[in-house]
Design a protein around this ligand. Structure first.
Ligand SMILES: Cc1cc2nc3c(=O)[nH]c(=O)nc-3n(C[C@H](O)[C@H](O)[C@H](O)COP(=O)(O)O)c2cc1C
Length: 356
């Protein structure tokens, strides 16, 4: 009998709390903008298509659905939920680059800390000027914290296994944490402790509501996307991971320092190791990983799980390809955010389609 090929570290099983994951590869949270005419019905249709496409060749993945605010009993969420090992919904409140869309839809309810200069749009190509945002008053903050709590409750009631709090990439929580954008003078600004207060209040509220074993958080202390940079990202990352231990949440998902922007890799001496060592739960790393680096991160115990964005986006059977060490489809940045429901979304071929 032929000897079985040795399993690569990325494809070894992992037990994350009560979830038995059959491998260590995670699909990154990826905003796509696949709606025509901004019609909700069409959004649903498209999302559903994507889910069935991913399920076609699925091995068990940890995946994300996404929505900033869930309304009670909204059936949307059932459609977003793929038949996979575990599904986490992610919410973070919309950041600056989405404000304009919400403005146009007449649904702006979302508030940055201060004005933004013109920003590169999420396609990485176009530049856009955004409407000046309004600062959240201190009195409004408990209501926003409560919105996160309710969103978590709604996600669980809708059938998700858990929630990931979006504390990365210039979204609201990230803006509070970063000293280059948070210029508040109340108890939510100034010292590191004050800047992290909002994030930790949300973690506490969500944990109280749905229990810690269903809660993860995404953080990007080193990124300065959407003007949200920090003068001491390592101190921020360590403070947050140490503080999170108190709540015993399921996982911390951290973006690599080399991903200063969401889409490009920079040479960088910093590492996530101090945060990995400080955090007591499952540690996920994201940003610029390939097969070899992912395997090394697992075998050297620098991470428990490795998150893949662009490579996974272009390869619906991505873990299988790593298993076989097969060539990968190349992603096309120009179709990341186009509204078409198929092109650049569910037309990347499966391995079997290429070899047939
Ligand atoms: C199309 C696309 C959409 C993304 N959307 C988000 C997002 O909404 N929020 C976020 O925090 N990161 C987002 N990211 C970043 C990814 O989650 C991931 O961190 C990034 O792609 C780096 O990982 P990679 O090198 O494996 O692609 C997005 C990336 C891409 C390519």
């Amino acid at each position: 009998m032929a000897a079985k090929a040795p399993t690569i570290p990325l494809l070894t099983p992992y037990k994350m709390g009560k979830f038995d994951l059959s491998h260590r590869i995670v699909l990154a949270p990826l905003t796509r903008q696949r709606s025509w005419g901004r019609s909700r019905v069409k959004i649903l249709g498209v999302r559903n298509l994507k889910v069935s496409w991913f399920c076609k060749g699925i091995q068990k993945h940890l995946v994300y659905g996404q929505k900033s605010k869930l309304k009670h009993g909204n059936p949307l969420w059932m459609l977003f939920m793929p038949k996979v090992e575990s599904s986490f919904v992610r919410f973070g409140m919309w950041g600056g680059f989405q404000i304009e869309i919400f403005n146009q839809m007449g649904k702006l309810q979302f508030l940055l800390l201060r004005s933004l200069t013109p920003q590169l749009r999420s396609d990485g190509i176009d530049v856009a000027q955004f409407t000046p945002p309004r600062r959240l008053s201190t009195e409004e903050i408990p209501q926003v914290v409560n919105d996160f709590r309710l969103a978590a409750r709604n996600a669980i009631e809708a059938g998700f296994d858990g929630v990931e709090i979006h504390g990365a990439h210039g979204y609201l929580i990230d803006q509070f944490m970063k000293d280059q954008v948070n210029d508040r003078t109340d108890q939510y600004g100034g010292s590191l402790e004050n800047r992290c207060r909002f994030a930790l209040e949300i973690v506490e509220a969500v944990v109280d509501e749905i229990e810690a074993d269903k809660v993860g958080i995404r953080l990007s202390p080193f990124a300065d996307y959407m003007e949200s940079g920090d003068s001491n990202p390592e101190a921020l990352g360590i403070y947050m991971t140490e503080s999170l231990n108190k709540y015993e949440i399921l996982y911390c998902h951290m973006v690599e320092p080399r991903m200063k922007t969401v889409g490009e890799k920079f040479e960088c001496p910093d590492s996530l190791l101090p945060m990995r060592n400080a955090f007591k739960g499952t540690f996920l790393v994201a940003g610029g990983y390939d097969r070899e680096e992912g395997n090394n991160a697992i075998s050297e115990n620098r991470a428990d799980l490795v998150v893949y964005g662009r490579l996974f986006l272009a390869n619906p059977d991505f873990p299988k390809r790593y298993e076989l060490n097969a060539p990968l489809n190349t992603y096309n940045r120009h179709t990341f955010y186009t509204p078409a429901p198929v092109v650049g979304y569910i037309d990347y071929p499966f391995l079997e389609d290429m070899t047939a």
